[in-house]
Design a protein around this ligand. Structure first.
Ligand code: COA
Ligand code: ZN
Length: 349
């Protein structure tokens, strides 16, 4: 044990970036698996998210309304996005037809999904990985003609609910073809939330070694509780384009067992506590998450939504306590019973 500890450099601590480039996907990944809600309610959620400081938002998906009824109002959502000029909006597309719809609706940044596994590809977009890859070039051309960008999200990058473990070579081959066809960015999707830090690091480093010039993002689902651990791994590797979903909404309707993304407010909490700038206001994000929870009518999985920000839990525990005992008792071995409660002010910790 002593030998192991001696090898850890405590002086330098964690190597973390100063900021992250967070993309909110709750309006798309989050709502695609829910029963349809009104466009007005979506726009209210969007207003809350923008107010919380999110500057990149995936607004919707231009998919078949029969396949995903919850996103049948994509054009109506897109028509309102001019109300938040400070936000960079994007939309997911499943095929060329979706890309045309998105561009016609004024969207300039597209996410095109290609599953690394044929099983998920067939269930999700009813064609093989190879056939999905054949559409990349045309989608890129279409959006580049409008001065936009195309990101290829590699779904089931680690595991597929139908085919099982996906060999890393498949994800790497999808990445290579996507870049050859002109994709501007890549993103690895842990569609069914199975990847933990070892495999996250291995695939991220293989893809970035293969395409060092292409921005690479990470899209984790928290199905098995390893979502934030995967994100922390990426951050330590200098990969800062991270997807998250308000309240932990989310899941692919065409992947059995899929559940929510990492919750945006959990990610923002982790970053704030680690001095990483997200540009977001946590209180306002929690308000947005509450709105999302009321909107979908079920308890969302976010721990921050359940427990609140620690700054506020301190206020609850120490209501009317003076700052001295607050600071004294909030050490590593904090036990509420050790606190001396006295009337007085509250302080930041
Ligand atoms: N937008 C709207 N409608 C579309 C469409 C699009 N992008 N692409 C196809 N369609 C319509 C067709 O017009 C056709 O409509 P009809 O039945 O009224 O004639 C119908 O969808 C089927 O078209 P087809 O080309 O045969 O597609 P498909 O049945 O093989 O479905 C997809 C393919 C991709 C359209 C469909 O599977 C889909 O939208 N999947 C969404 C996947 C998704 O969102 N997953 C979660 C995110 S990863
Ligand atoms: Zn997803």
């Amino acid at each position: 044990m002593i030998t192991i500890l001696a090898n850890i450099n405590f002086e330098n601590g964690l190597q973390l970036p100063e900021s992250i480039n967070l993309r909110e996907v709750g309006l798309r990944d989050g709502l695609q698996i829910e029963r349809p809600i009104s466009t007005d309610a979506k726009l209210e959620l969007l207003a809350n998210l923008a107010e919380a400081g999110l500057s990149r938002i995936e607004a919707t998906a231009f998919v078949s309304p029969r396949a995903v009824p919850a996103l049948a109002d994509a054009e109506m959502v897109a028509a309102e996005l001019h109300n938040w000029p400070q936000v960079m909006f994007s939309a997911l597309v499943p095929n060329i037809r979706g890309a045309r719809r998105a561009v016609d609706a004024g969207i300039r940044h597209l996410e095109y999904v290609v599953s690394a596994a044929d099983g998920h590809s067939m269930a999700n977009v009813r064609c093989s990985t190879e056939d999905a890859l054949r559409q990349v070039g045309e989608i890129v051309e279409l959006v580049h003609a409008e001065a936009g960008t195309c990101e290829v999200i590699i779904a089931t990058a680690w595991d597929c609910p139908f085919d099982g473990k996906v060999p890393p070579e498949r994800a790497l081959a999808v990445a290579r073809r996507a870049v050859e066809e002109g994709a501007d960015r890549l993103c690895l999707g842990d569609t069914i939330g199975t990847a933990a830090p070892g495999r996250v690091a291995a695939l991220l480093s293989a893809v970035s070694a293969q395409h060092p010039e292409v921005p690479l993002g990470l899209h984790m689902h928290n199905t098995r509780g390893a979502g934030l651990a995967g994100v922390l791994t990426a951050l330590q590797m200098g990969i800062t384009d991270i997807d998250a979903s308000v309240g932990g909404l989310g899941g692919c309707p065409f992947a059995p067992g899929a559940s929510g993304n990492i919750a945006t407010e959990e990610l923002v909490y982790m970053c704030r506590d680690s001095d990483i700038d997200t540009g977001c206001d946590l209180d306002k994000l929690i308000t947005a998450a509450r709105w999302a929870q009321d909107m979908v009518g079920r308890t969302l999985p976010s721990g921050i939504l359940r427990a609140g920000d620690r700054r506020h839990s301190r206020e609850l525990v120490h209501a009317n306590a003076s700052p001295e005992p607050v600071l004294a008792c909030l050490g590593d071995h904090y036990r509420p019973q050790d606190c001396v409660h006295r009337p007085g002010r509250r302080s930041e910790i």
